[in-house]
Ligand binder design. Structure first.
Ligand SMILES: Nc1ncnc2c1ncn2[C@@H]1O[C@H](COP(=O)(O)OP(=O)(O)OP(=O)(O)O)[C@@H](O)[C@H]1O
Length: 291
């Protein structure tokens, strides 16, 4: 079932309120036609994404310690913190690009590091990443249509289906169909980031993890990409984890916020509480730095 929140687990619907610190009721961002769960916010519903006491250690140095959160399908989380706080490390762990030294990352209840390789590979189609540098997902030697449709091979789509999906996602990021024939260097930075987002959307992911998706862009282009991400998230019902030190962007895009400092969570909860009425001196200082 394309785009269904349960696909990460390959099983039952997994929507539900699943934020450990007790969030307000989220907006019901859903794919049209998706079956609504009987109790969308039932306590105990399996979250789409869960970090359970996750830690990471590189060369004997702890860079993440005891990070825990739960994110329900369709909800969004901003991971905030200064440079070196461990944001990208956490993003890689959430994407199952590396193993935590401690704890568990779960997609729809399943420990990603305990899944058989073939199962993990199949589920990867539903978890996509957008990077700060769009060239991380666009091969400079390939016409962009090829880069965008490449993840669709995981879904065993026919050539016609891939072509149709290519046109759909180009339209979703407001680019013309003939963009597919060009090479990445023939686009502006903002257009390239749109192409990277199109690639991430192609498989109808349940979750997108975006690591500083705006920070390489001009301010005016940042606003366009921000609006695009927000609209896509609302319309497509995709869960979003956004790593960012751009607090206003997190305010616009994210239902929840998690503040990391030296690898530890200092504060987490609904964004409007964390950024509107921060409890921790570190969050207050981050906000003060903006003023
Ligand atoms: N593969 C690695 N091996 C060793 N150390 C690493 C590795 N990846 C990250 N680190 C270290 O872990 C710490 C956290 O890095 P990380 O990139 O997660 O921080 P960040 O919050 O994303 O920073 P930035 O905002 O600058 O990207 C840093 O001290 C970094 O040097």
């Amino acid at each position: 079932m394309d785009g269904a929140p349960g696909v990460l687990g390959g099983g039952a619907m997994t929507q539900g309120r699943a934020w450990s610190t007790g969030s307000p009721q989220p907006q019901p961002h859903r794919h049209p036609g998706l079956q609504e769960p009987a109790e969308p916010h039932a306590a105990g519903a399996t979250p789409l994404l869960e970090a359970d006491d996750v830690a990471q250690r590189y060369a004997g140095r702890d860079v993440l310690r005891r990070v825990s959160f739960r994110l329900a399908a369709g909800e969004s989380l901003g991971i905030i913190g200064e440079s070196g706080a461990g944001k990208s490390t956490l993003a890689r762990l959430l994407m199952a690009l590396e193993r935590p030294s401690q704890g568990h990352v779960r997609w729809s209840g399943d420990d990603v590091n305990a899944l058989p390789a073939a199962v993990l590979r199949a589920r990867r189609a539903r978890v996509q990443m957008v990077f700060q540098d769009p060239y991380s997902s666009l091969d400079p030697r390939w016409r962009v249509g090829r880069s965008i449709t490449e993840p669709l091979h995981l879904l065993r789509m026919t050539a016609d289906e891939r072509q149709q999906r290519l046109h759909e996602v180009l339209a979703a990021v407001q680019l013309e169909p003939d963009a597919a024939e060009r090479f990445p260097h023939q686009f502006s930075g903002g257009q390239r980031q749109r192409l990277a987002i199109a690639r991430a959307l192609a498989t109808r992911p349940a979750l997108i993890v975006a690591d500083e998706p705006l920070s390489a862009l001009d301010v005016s282009v940042q606003a366009q990409i921000l609006v695009l991400l927000r609209d896509l998230q609302r319309r497509e019902g995709i869960s979003l984890v956004m790593v960012s030190h751009d607090l206003p962007a997190v305010e616009v895009l994210c239902d929840h916020a998690l503040v990391l400092r030296h690898g530890e969570v200092v504060e987490q909860g609904p964004t409007r509480a964390v950024l509107g009425d921060p409890r921790h001196a570190y969050t207050q200082a981050l906000l003060a730095a903006l003023a």
